[in-house]
Write a protein that binds this ligand. Structure first.
Ligand code: N01
Length: 539
């Protein structure tokens, strides 16, 4: 094919995009990644708020593609902090010489496919100069992330605020000194819950505006134990392989075989207590085999955690307000924290119920709810992201045959395997909607997707095929399968970003695949083994 600059254009240089560069280069493809930020790392580049840390353990949350890398890298703590993970990602980029194929400060504004030439043309804007140029590639990989489009509620008056305001997902690189300030934080998802204890240590006063209480478990972070590290490293190969046979892509947790309802209350609570002491979300959700599918079983775990909150938080009114009661535990991302509930025992922290008295406007000196005015010097929006579809929809992706991503996904995402989209030839996503990405160890899912895509491109090259695109019927069947799997669980009951509930007007569709990494990978492998079943190819 003539007139092309690249075999594969990769959009995004987070953990998925970086591995795509490495893997596709190994297969001999000419690749280049385009990244809007002035550094690599995606999520770990942008989310620099105090307390930002991964909720998957360090020994798991890393690449598996190089045994030397996983043996040599030392993780200092049980869970990686944002700076630790970002330095790991930078190490990987240097070690595998990835930077020569990355263009920073480059935002892809549009991607148009021309069926005549069989090429994608991407409009790449230099974020520093505003200069725009075109890049032409046979294939496009969108490694744009699921939680990469921060959203701030459109309260009137924000522009009049005299203090400083921040979004956790766009945190200033130089950090923020809250010493002596009256701070308000809006949002109590993972970002809010992680940052609240740290902001509270420095602020003169911290008001937490909570619309919905979430379940949070103690992370039990600690310095990495040497024996744990060396045991894990000696088992890495088997563990990584075994991870693909588990629902969350993490090995080492024996699957439970009992219902929570088959166990007497005292024993059940002993099991929950052991998990609570151990720390971690998967181990807690693995207490029993029906916590995510049976409401009554789930309620036993909810009540255990509510009682922990009541025991920890001294003021009974505050404790009750912190007790989640609108969703089954685990159906929103289960949060891991360090001293979250304890923080409400500090004299300088006040919990405000933003459900019964919603925030109405930002004032020059603070904010106003239906009930009161609050004087604030700084506001932190921990209000989340336009998750899973936001980053794709921000790019004008279309074809000369009239397909446009904004229209195609107007009522929610439709994909085949969460990797490809009918109507959009030669376009791939890494951990897209309707894949288990966000419900798994994300780096493992990125590797699995990129490997699948690389194998597919090798197949096309070997067969002399220029174009691949999923059939409409295969896509519809996958969308339906996704919905059926989700509906067989309790997940759709929660108003979470999994269903787009945090974005006003976003269609309510359950977006992640919750059938498990194990089932999902088997399906992806079978599709490839059956000659890319469900796909149309052409020369
Ligand atoms: O965002 P969220 P996040 N007025 O959407 C509230 C990953 N992550 O950035 O529930 C008042 O979860 C909103 O309230 P409600 C992880 O997968 C991982 O915290 O919509 N409040 C909610 O409380 C996570 O799930 C890690 O009623 C408003 C909060 O803002 C995902 O990122 C760390 C509001 C948003 O919570 C997103 O987490 C951090 C309004 N107008 C993030 N609008 C780890 O690895 C929104 N809210 C540990």
């Amino acid at each position: 094919m003539s007139g092309k600059d690249l075999d594969v254009a990769i959009v995004g240089a987070g953990v998925g995009g970086l591995y795509a560069i490495h893997r596709l280069r190994k297969s001999g493809f000419r690749v280049r990644a385009f990244e809007a930020a002035d550094g690599i790392g995606g999520t770990w580049y942008w989310n620099r708020y105090p307390g930002c840390r991964c909720d998957v353990e360090s020994m798991e949350y890393s690449y598996s593609f190089s045994n030397d890398l996983q043996q040599e890298w030392r993780w200092p703590e049980r869970y990686g902090t944002q700076p630790a993970i970002l330095s790991y990602v930078n190490h990987v980029a240097d070690r595998f010489d990835l930077r020569r194929d990355i263009e920073l400060n480059t935002r892809i504004r549009s991607a148009h496919f021309d069926s005549g030439t069989g090429l994608w043309t991407l409009e790449a804007e230099n974020t520093e100069t505003g200069a725009v140029r075109s890049v032409r590639a046979s294939h496009c990989i969108m490694a744009t992330g699921n939680l990469s489009t921060p959203r701030t509620p459109g309260y009137p008056g924000l522009e009049s605020f005299r203090g400083r305001w921040y979004h956790t997902g766009l945190w200033p690189h130089e950090g923020v000194d809250f010493t002596g300030l009256r701070v308000g934080i809006i949002g109590t998802g993972s970002s809010g819950v992680q940052s609240i204890p740290l902001i509270a240590r420095h602020a003169r006063h911290l008001h937490v505006f909570q619309r919905t209480a979430n379940f949070s478990l103690p992370a039990r972070n600690e310095p990495m134990r040497e024996e744990k590290e060396s045991r894990h490293k000696s088992e890495y190969e088997q563990r990584r392989r075994a991870a693909y046979s588990t629902p969350f892509g993490i090995a080492g947790y024996p699957p439970p075989d009992r219902s929570a309802l088959d166990v007497p209350e005292e024993e059940r609570n002993r099991i929950y207590e052991a998990k609570w002491q151990e720390g971690g979300s998967i181990s807690f959700l693995y207490s029993f085999n029906d916590l995510l599918v049976n409401r009554e079983a789930n309620e036993t775990a909810c009540e255990f955690v509510r009682n922990k909150i009541r025991q920890t938080v001294k003021d009974p009114k505050t404790a009750e307000l912190l007790c989640p009661n609108d969703h089954p535990i685990g159906t929103k991302r289960l949060i891991l924290d360090t001293d979250y509930y304890e923080t409400y025992n500090r004299d300088n922290v006040t919990l405000v119920d933003a459900r019964s008295a919603p925030i109405r406007e930002i004032l020059p000196g603070g904010l106003r709810t239906d009930e009161a005015d609050y004087e604030l010097d700084a506001i932190v929006f921990a209000t989340g992201f336009d998750a899973m579809t936001g980053a794709m929809k921000e790019i004008d992706i279309r074809t000369d045959r009239g397909a446009a991503i904004g229209e195609k996904w107007a009522d929610g995402p439709q994909t085949y395997l969460g990797i490809t989209i009918a109507g959009f030839p030669n376009l791939f996503m890494v951990t897209g909607p309707q894949s288990p990405g966000v419900k798994s160890q994300m780096i493992l899912s990125c590797e699995q997707h990129v490997d699948w895509i690389a194998n597919c491109l090798e197949h096309l090259r070997a067969e002399g095929l220029g174009v691949i695109e999923p059939e409409e019927a295969a896509e519809q069947a996958w969308v339906q399968h996704n919905n059926e799997v989700a509906d067989s669980t309790l997940y759709p009951l929660a108003n979470s970003w999994y269903v787009g509930a945090n974005i006003p007007g976003k269609p309510r569709i359950f977006m992640p695949y919750v059938g498990g990494v194990d089932r999902y990978k088997q399906r992806c492998d079978a599709v490839a083994a059956n000659g890319y079943e469900g796909f149309r190819t052409a020369g």
